[in-house]
Design a protein around this ligand. Sequence first.
Ligand code: UGA
Length: 437
Amino acid sequence: MRIAMIGTGYVGLVSGACFSDFGHDVVCVDKDARKIDALHQGVMPIFEPGLDRLVESNVRGGRLSFTTDLAEGVAGADAVFIAVGTPSRRGDGHADLSYVFGATEEIARALTGPAVVVTKSTVPVGTGDEVERIIRETAPEAKAWVVSNPEFLREGAAIDDFKRPDRIVVGTEDEEAAEVMREIYRPLYLNKAPLLFTSRRTAELIKYAANAFLATKITFINEIADLCEAVGAEVQDVARGIGLDNRIGAKFLHAGPGYGGSCFPKDTLALLKTAEDHQSPLRIVESVVAVNDARKRAMGRKVIQALDGDVRGKTVALLGLTFKPNTDDMRDAPSISIVQALEDAGAIVRGYDPEGVEQARPLMRNVAFADSPYAAADGADAVVLVTEWDVLRALDLPRLAAAMADTVFVDLRNVYPPEEVEEAGLRWFGVGRAPRG
Ligand code: UGA
């Protein structure tokens, strides 16, 4: 199949590279000439483990190429994927669809033969109808089927998620379009990944419902974590105790500082807007959004309490700043709210992150960044583990303790057993666990 991928962001680049790895002929298109130039030189615009090697081998194999020229990419394509950004619209939280609609117009003008136009970006219910209308208006003669095919990739595990998906959702009721999509996904289908055909609107809603449900699951266990602290119970055991029930499932039950990233915060808000527009309120999702927002800042207060309620002039080292490990993405990272809360209370904040410093710098102007966790801890009154990067999972705690001025260790991801922390001479504080006597 010949595939044009419009947009070389997270979803577009990973999907394009993986499709080419399946043997399809893929052209990735982006307006940003710097990005395309960099890709020509093998430089990835995002940090995603394994992506550079995947791109390189498929470029070498002649199946993957990059261009800024949309018409050139779209000409002769069997399928054109729209994978451009859908940020939150400033002011009202609705998904901003201007990039999607702009790309659609250009695609319509560039179509040379029958093609499936696929929305892969996360787009609100009804967007496919609008994309179809734009194509009909711009190029009345073009033969195009508009299909929704949402993506369920996680940053940091995107290639594996693409190649071993739990399911592939395809929103179309047209048999010809379904046939093209079946052909594109045949390698996965052979691996028995369920290919779920639904109506277009249903597929669009599945994506939002999935993210909102996962955000709800995390927020649920986070509130249970607070209750555990209050009653002297252990949240990890509660998570295991409920997660072993197949109906609940063990995943996404790790209590922490609240969810962040480019997807859950944005998609939950956009779903609430859709619900509001259709007078069909989603009270649970509303609560999830509010509880998660409050939680991020509450984590700052937790650190302040660990330091006996006063951080004025004290130094706090935050380890792990990105919203989760294996990404350089800082969007809506809990660390941002924690820094804010600590600085508002007069603390001096230091930070360490293996990949996120460049993105963190403009968001945390007063934070001093260190090259190692131990350098960050040097002379600090408290160390806070915010994001569970692998390099932060096996810290030399006695070395950390020796570098610090005081002994507070706040583990917001419950990585370390409290006894181990205490043996190193530190005072342990965690999430959702009985306070230590
Ligand atoms: C999420 C979904 O998991 C993907 O399926 C979806 O495709 C993607 O959004 C998207 O819409 O594009 P992602 O945002 O990359 O993926 O990251 P997750 O691994 O889901 O983590 C999101 C946040 O939840 C992180 O801040 C993480 O620390 C937090 N989290 C996750 C928890 O606090 N506890 C958990 O048990 C799991």
